[in-house]
Write a protein that binds this ligand. Structure first.
Ligand code: GLU
Length: 473
């Protein structure tokens, strides 16, 4: 077996575990597993009076569907195998939620908090230029998005740079997703990954038989939850699970440390507190843990543990100390394959990243569709629906002789705005994908965990695309 780093090695192990449960020819499996294109670039950036050589990557894992799709990560830990692992996960993620893209990922090896906005703009524009030069970006080629260390601001720079080189391309806005709404973005993209995590966990908790096996009541309401990471994904996951799911957040960790309060932490107040003091430490009423102990948050007593930061958090070293019964992978790759084996032996329910955090790319797909159609969702039919529902209500009022009040009428006749349609499309995607993946476990008795089922789902779908192309026997 080739030697790989922990993260990429785990992704390949997960792949091989699942591949055994498919009937695909080994040649097809090799093609599905391989990273098709790996582009490593180095470019200079002037920082003050210094010149820094920046190391960056774009990996296109699979071209079975085009464009390829995946975020760009800015972090000091970026390396080739990390980007390869993330690109591989993107292909499977897209297949699982039926988003018609191949997988890709980008990485720039910088700590974004060490650079000024001006320098980050230069880095982003130069990185985009390198991709343009190699024909590795475009609405029909490869479409980046935000990931760890990047957001709407960087996406606006990427779009603007791409457009400068392609001024006649009418679909240029589809070259990148996660853009600000006034730059061709879509409402609901920022919260999308966290909201998808909520729908995914809720669906898993609604399965009575699975909850019974864990000794838990069905439903997300009242379940205690620990969240690692308060970045984009962690903060939306925690606030939506608290608000819409009535889950109780009992523990949170961030770079500066961790806090725990079995009575529950109001996530909005905590985010406010962190904004004011720059830290979650000493949040009133909670027990605080210093920076060096922050990883122990993973071992706190709770029903649901949500690692929402980076890869390789639950490994052979700490897996047997995890108390949570359900682990929802909001981050990419937080559990290594060795860590997972320990958790599964102890009967934990792992909701895997390739399904659970696919809300981001799902809403990116909606954004890309919006960009290609040049129209906001809801613009054509909102009023029409509203008028139709209004006529219905009036008809029922006339027939019954009873009147609804204004608030009731407003509620009953509301047509969908873009945000409503995006949320509903995301909910539909997460619920359907969960149930399809869960069904694989009923169909294939030897598949006994959700990750293997999700990988089988992805491998079979990508495999059938290759077969349809007639390339393989
Ligand atoms: N970076 C996100 C992920 O890991 C989103 C990718 C996208 O929207 O293309 O899934």
């Amino acid at each position: 077996m080739e030697k790989h780093d922990k993260f990429y090695g785990s992704v390949l192990n997960f792949f091989e575990n699942a591949a055994q449960h498919t009937n695909l020819h080994r040649g097809i499996l090799e093609q599905i597993r391989a990273c098709n294109s790996v582009y490593r670039m180095r470019f200079p950036i002037k920082v003050g009076k210094d010149v820094k050589v920046i190391e960056a990557y774009r990996v296109q894992h699979s071209h079975h569907r085009l464009p390829t799709k995946g975020g760009i990560r800015y972090s000091n830990h970026v390396n080739q195998e990390e980007v390869m692992a993330l690109a591989t996960l993107m292909s499977f993620k897209c297949a699982i939620v039926d988003v018609p893209f191949g997988g890709a990922k980008g990485g720039v090896k910088v700590n974004p908090w060490e650079y000024s906005e001006y320098e980050l703009e230069k880095i982003t524009r130069r990185y985009t230029t390198e991709l343009v030069k190699r024909n590795m970006i475009g609405p029909s080629i490869d479409v980046p998005a935000p990931d760890y260390g990047t957001g709407a601001r960087e996406m606006a720079w990427i779009y603007d740079t791409y457009r400068a080189f392609n001024e006649k391309e009418i679909d240029a806005a589809g070259c990148v997703t996660g853009k600000p709404v006034n730059q061709g973005g879509i409402r609901g993209r920022t919260e999308a990954t966290g909201r998808g995590v909520f729908y995914g966990i809720r669906e898993a908790c609604n399965n009575k038989a699975d909850m019974k096996k864990l000794g838990l009541e069905p439903g997300i309401a009242g379940k205690t939850m620990v969240v690692q990471g308060l970045g984009n994904v962690g903060s939306y996951t925690a606030s939506i699970c608290q608000e819409e799911g009535d889950a109780i957040i009992v523990g949170v960790s961030e770079v500066e440390g961790a806090i725990y309060d079995p009575k529950g932490i109001d996530i909005h107040k905590l985010l406010e507190f962190r904004k004011e003091t720059g830290s979650i430490i000493n949040y009133p009423g909670a027990k605080s843990f210093p920076k060096d102990d922050r990883k122990t948050v993973l071992e706190f007593e709770c029903d649901i543990l949500v690692p929402a930061a980076l890869e390789n958090q639950i490994t052979i070293d700490n897996a047997d100390r995890i108390k949570a019964k359900i682990i929802g992978e909001a981050a990419n790759g937080p559990i290594t394959s060795e860590g997972e084996a320990i958790l599964l032996k102890k009967g934990k329910l792992i909701i895997p990243d390739v399904f659970l955090n696919a809300g981001g790319v799902t809403v990116s797909y909606f954004e890309w569709l919006k960009n290609l159609s040049h129209i906001r969702f809801g613009r054509m039919d909102k009023r029409f629906n509203q008028n139709t529902y209004d006529n219905f209500v009036t008809l029922v009022e006339n027939m019954t002789g009873k009147k609804v009040n204004n608030l009731e009428r407003e509620f009953l006749t509301k047509g969908g705005d873009e945000i409503d349609i995006v949320r509903s499309g995301l909910e539909e995607t997460m619920v359907t994908s969960y149930n399809y993946t869960r069904e694989i476990m009923s169909r294939k008795r030897k598949v006994t965990d959700l990750r293997t089922a999700a990988f089988v789902n992805a491998i079979e779908k990508i495999g059938s695309d290759y077969m349809a192309m007639g390339i393989f026997p």
